[in-house]
Design a protein around this ligand. Structure first.
Ligand code: MG
Length: 276
């Protein structure tokens, strides 16, 4: 794969990504795939064949779970990832099933929003999520996979502390600079420099800060039009030695989503030729 290959977040039957036809239409060569529902997961060979036939490389499979809601920040805390106690065991089992699917797809990265991890390492939730992350990492290791955590809900230092607590060499970061702005969890470029050694995949997404960061959502923006500072973001990725795909994420739907992604592709191609 070429350095900084352009990618897009994709789904076949679940999630907010664009579908395979959209990827083909945009001429994009790599995707991250939202993990399909259980019945589609049983047909990994067919899903893999569809992407292979289109010449599209799947670079990571993203876990998503029933019952997750991104309606507002308190709801994210209550519903997302491996943090909510009531669903933790079932979701851990499902994560392993998704790692099996990921292996059948020939992909070496399983990714997830793990949820809002408390910053206090004496908090029982912190300790439970660390143990869950260790279990996922150890399961993924049999397949030679990394387990990528989507950034956004925690500050750079908190993320670094979590990685030290988990202590697994195959724990990695899917860095999303816009999420840090949307959740109000800190300046993304500084965080990227801090945790750069762990970054194995990235999202190219943009956002504007909320008036009261952390209390309410910021606003997602078309790439290059928000407050991430896209050019600085790309220069920092170069500085930390990142050469993996640049996966565009635009979390709206319909025709506008495709138009915004098409513009993002052109913008990234231009900046890549100037920066890399
Ligand atoms: Mg993201």
């Amino acid at each position: 794969m070429e350095p900084w290959a352009i990618g897009v977040f994709t789904s076949v039957d679940a999630g907010l990504g664009i579908n395979l036809d959209g990827v083909k239409q945009l001429g994009i060569s790599t995707v991250q795939l939202h993990a399909p529902h259980g019945e589609t997961r049983q047909r990994a060979a067919a899903v893999r064949a569809a992407f292979d036939a289109a010449g599209i490389a799947v670079t990571a499979v993203f876990c998503g779970f029933e019952g997750e809601s991104y309606a507002d920040i308190p709801t994210v805390k209550e519903t997302v990832g491996l943090v909510p106690a009531a669903t933790a065991a079932a979701r851990l089992a499902e994560t392993k099933a998704i790692a099996d699917f990921t292996h059948q797809m020939g992909v070496d990265a399983v990714a997830m929003h793990i949820g809002f991890v408390p910053e206090d390492d004496q908090d029982p939730i912190f300790q439970r999520v660390v143990a869950a992350a260790q279990e996922v990492c150890d399961y993924c290791a049999q397949y030679g996979q990394h387990f990528h955590l989507e950034t956004g809900q925690e500050t750079g230092p908190a993320l670094q502390h979590f990685f030290q607590a988990v202590g697994r060499p195959n724990l990695a970061i899917n860095f999303d600079p816009a999420n840090m702005i949307l959740y109000g969890s800190g300046e993304p470029i500084a965080a990227l420099k801090l945790v750069g050694q762990y970054v194995r995949s990235v999202h190219c997404k943009d956002a504007n800060w909320a008036a009261n960061p952390g209390q309410e959502w910021g606003v997602e923006m078309p790439l290059g039009e928000g407050q991430v500072g896209l050019e600085t973001y790309l220069r920092t990725l170069k500085e930390i030695g990142y050469r993996g795909p640049l996966t565009i994420e635009r979390e709206i739907s319909g025709e506008q989503q495709l138009q915004d992604i098409a513009r993002a592709v052109k913008l990234l191609e231009t900046l890549r030729s100037q920066i890399l």
